[in-house]
Ligand binder design. Sequence first.
Ligand code: MSP
Length: 519
Amino acid sequence: MSADKTFYITTPIYYVNDKPHIGHAYTTIACDVMARFKRQDGYDVRFLSGTDEHGEKVAKSAAAAGKSVQAFCDENAQKFRDLVKTLNASNDDFIRTTEPRHITACQALWTTLEENGQIYLGNYAGWYSIRDEAFYGEDETRMEGAQRVGPTGAPVEWVQEPSYFFKLSEWGDKLLAYYDKHPDFILPHTRRNEVASFIRQGLTDLSVSRTSFDWGVPVPGNPNHVMYVWIDALTNYITALGYPDTEAALYRQFWPSAHHIIGKDILRFHAVYWPAFLMAAGLDVPERVFAHGWWTNEGQKISKSLGNVIDPLQLIETYGLDQTRYFLMREISFGGDGDFSPRAMVQRINSDLANDFGNLAQRILSMIAKNCGGVVPAPGPQTADDTTLLNAPLAALGDMRAAMDAQQIHFSLNRLFEVVGEANKYVDTQAPWALKKTDPARMESVLYTVAETVRRLAILAQPVMPGSMARMLDLVASAPGERSFAHVDGAFAIKPGTVLPAPQGIFPRYVEKASEPTA
Ligand code: MSP
């Protein structure tokens, strides 16, 4: 098993034949939040994202665009690199499946599987959908007019060709036993049950090569075949750690502490094929596969044909980066499906961020600016209310850790915002503006207590809103080296007498522009 404080987290690698959409942004942000959370909690973290560039679909898209496949991939991979940057994702590496390191890794894994008697050459015949990159059984297809289509409605065609097979049929019982022994390998648990019942219906051997196209990793010893996408795609997670060199520093440190965060549509590949490939190659199985849900757009399934694809760059431009990150993480429980609407977005921004969190900081820091000359006042004796509030962030951190360990990002945020609520209540009941006249010393204690609480809360909120929280921490003069979870502790509290910068609003209210349709 991996060392205690080691954490490896991965996004799916994104197909380059698509434009970045909300699904890509969602997984990337979620992974970034978890990576940042663990880093702030003292873990050694490795965070990987990248692009999936092989397969017939990509080759066809390139041809349709009138470009060479490599040029097409280069151009589109760059869009995903740019997206990851724009999202302020803190990934340590970005892998492309067309890189030499990946070709080497795939071929090494293949050779090991072959040596272990897990791959054989046979013939494949079946209904194949280019769009889904999947074969379907006869009973999964139906006629739509003159066209046979698969369960997703995508056209399928009859394909017959020699193919290598992976002996997946041998792994069903072992996979089920693995799930039993590691009940949190697949989360949410409902998803694990779905996967287990899929396996119980019986696994058939898996076709893992193609001869009908050549845009892929050549099969070692038989270059007429290229590897069929999933064996190629999944291997990226170990390529990036230096595989096939299992003595490589990254591999030794981070495998198998992997947490694969994926959408529910690609769970089967990650929870069935991937551990089977790894076990068959004598490698360790990752620690977690977590399947998140899908976003709809105002109640409708998102699809290109409906023209309702949500562009994450547009969201960021309209609402702000941290606002978008916060909304996507808070609005739905991670693992469930959820709905996007401008109304819901604006509601979150104006109520949670502007009114609750932003205003808490703004009103207290303005009072310090006005009444204490912008210098942190010295607190008097602590009342029970002061102590309760000051302790609340640390208590929340414990719950947030437990939630994040189960990828319950929304719960972690709910918990954090409970404390924001407590802090606002404290300000309302203590009413420092009234104390100004009746008991200025107590007013100073109250202002101190809230400023220090804001410091603690801003540290806790950094993983989700890194840019805004860095600014909030600057406003309370928190030293840049004292912003990890260890520094939530009172030992690092703001020092009375510290001169604070002029307060500035962190979260402006979102005001609908007149030209925009009201949501
Ligand atoms: N290339 C494969 C993954 C290989 S991983 C070894 C792939 N790529 S993808 O670009 O099509 O999908 C990327 C992710 O976007 C998937 O996890 C998918 O679930 C997610 N989403 C696509 N649409 C989505 C929504 N509407 N909502 C949330 N996530 C969605 O699959």
